[in-house]
Design a binder for this molecule. Structure first.
Ligand SMILES: Cc1ncc(COP(=O)(O)O)c(C=O)c1O
Length: 395
């Protein structure tokens, strides 16, 4: 039996190392994990083999170096699984992410790709061996140079704002990125102070059309011609999608092929090419097991909600794939259900509808699948409901 301490306050944010494979209690099946559980919270499940498979796909198929965007899921078991599979680069955004990666994979190459960082973060990063820094304006470039004492070994990445109108389900425009005109000036300003200089962009998360990457590469091509500056690297960012009901993307190979084609078309083949997948590496490699505490008609009240791992199910209306786990008979007929989370906030609801057996009832466990990215990573302790239970399912 495992029964993690229910209070997070006296505990570190992540589970202690159980000295098991992947540092987690490991089970052959989800049913085994549920049977062994003696806690009251939701259970986060990681499927290391699926994460491994996704990593292999990028390591062999992406036309450049893949680095993992840690924000998608910073769990040490995810970091260690990726490292063991051959992933060597990690995109980090904060001091905590730097320390989490250093603790799990001490020899990893870290890329601090957040365009706005505190001065302390820049100093901490440089001391921790980070040499890759993103910036999108002159003030941030200045901060990086001052806080690293004008280091001679910086690889600087200019984050570009792309023209709006991509196919991403979660557009990232409007917050970061230099405009075309500013980018020209910034490339000229950064070239003399950078040991290596690159540009980076993000087409938006859950990009549904591989052609968005070609459009971004075409934009970069025009920009570099105007600036007349030689760069060393080109970072195509994240955005690579995962399949969710109602959001079925083309196969990943189509994205790799389009990028490859764009690199050739615009003469970028001799640059160091980087990709920063987050969602695509761990989205299908994790799920949440939530228990039904009460049923009212077609409304299921769960021990997990939008302040837990279901933020995107609530805010973006995403209908994750669901499965019922109950020993014994289950109705063969499905019906649509709404989910409510455990907190007192009435925003804590997930409209779905989620298709589940018609006789779903109190005590049933529902597996909400494809939640390995931006699921557990977004969970808060609001109302005391943050779960400490993470398990690996190996089968
Ligand atoms: C700088 C940067 N790189 C990579 C990612 C990962 O994106 P995705 O999970 O869509 O692959 C993000 C996500 O916000 C990001 O901000």
């Amino acid at each position: 039996m495992f029964n993690p301490t229910p209070s997070r306050l006296a505990q570190p944010a992540l589970l202690p190392d159980y000295d098991r494979p992947f540092g987690l209690p490991a089970f052959n099946s989800v049913e085994d994990a549920i049977r062994s559980y003696d806690g009251d919270d939701a259970i986060y499940v990681l499927y290391p083999k699926r994460i491994e498979a996704a990593a292999r796909m990028f390591l062999s198929g992406f036309p450049g170096k893949s680095i993992y965007a840690v924000k998608a899921n910073p769990h040490p078991a995810v970091l260690k699984t990726l490292w063991a599979t051959g992933m060597r680069g990690f995109d980090v955004a904060s001091i905590r992410e730097i320390d989490q990666v250093r603790a799990a994979c001490p020899d990893a190459e870290l890329y601090l790709m957040h365009p706005v960082k505190s001065r302390r973060t820049i100093r901490h990063a440089y001391e921790a061996g980070v040499r890759h820094f993103a910036f999108d304006c002159a003030a941030e470039l200045g901060k990086i140079l001052v806080e690293t004492n004008d280091a001679a070994d910086l690889h600087l990445h200019l984050r570009l704002a792309l023209p709006v109108g991509g196919s991403a389900s979660m557009p990232l425009e409007g917050k970061y990125g230099a405009t075309y005109r500013d980018a020209v000036d910034l490339l000229r300003a950064a070239r003399p102070v950078a040991a290596k200089l690159g540009v980076c962009f993000h087409v938006g998360s859950q990009c549904m059309d591989p052609a968005d990457y070609i459009r971004a590469l075409s934009y970069v091509h025009g920009l570099l011609e105007t600036a007349d500056i030689q760069i060393n690297s080109l970072d195509c960012g994240g955005g690579f999608p995962v399949a969710y009901p109602g959001l079925t993307p083309p196969p990943m190979q189509a994205y790799f092929n389009r990028i490859q084609k764009g690199l050739k078309m615009f003469g970028f083949e001799n640059l160091e090419i980087i990709g920063e997948p987050g969602r695509a590496l761990c989205g299908e490699g994790g799920s949440t097991l939530a228990r039904v505490e009460l049923r009212k008609g077609q409304d299921l009240y769960l021990n997990e909600g939008s302040y837990g791992s279901l933020f995107d199910a609530a805010q973006c209306g995403w209908k994750y794939p669901v499965k019922l786990h109950r020993p014994g008979e289950v109705s063969e007929q499905n019906e649509g259900f709404r989910f409510f989370g455990p907190t007192c906030d009435s925003l804590d609801k997930m409209a779905g509808p989620f298709q589940l057996p018609a006789d779903t009832r109190e005590g049933d466990w529902i597996e909400i699948c494809h939640l390995g990215a931006y699921g557990q990573a977004l969970a808060t302790n609001f109302n005391g409901f943050q779960s400490e239970a993470t398990v690996a399912v190996i089968g």
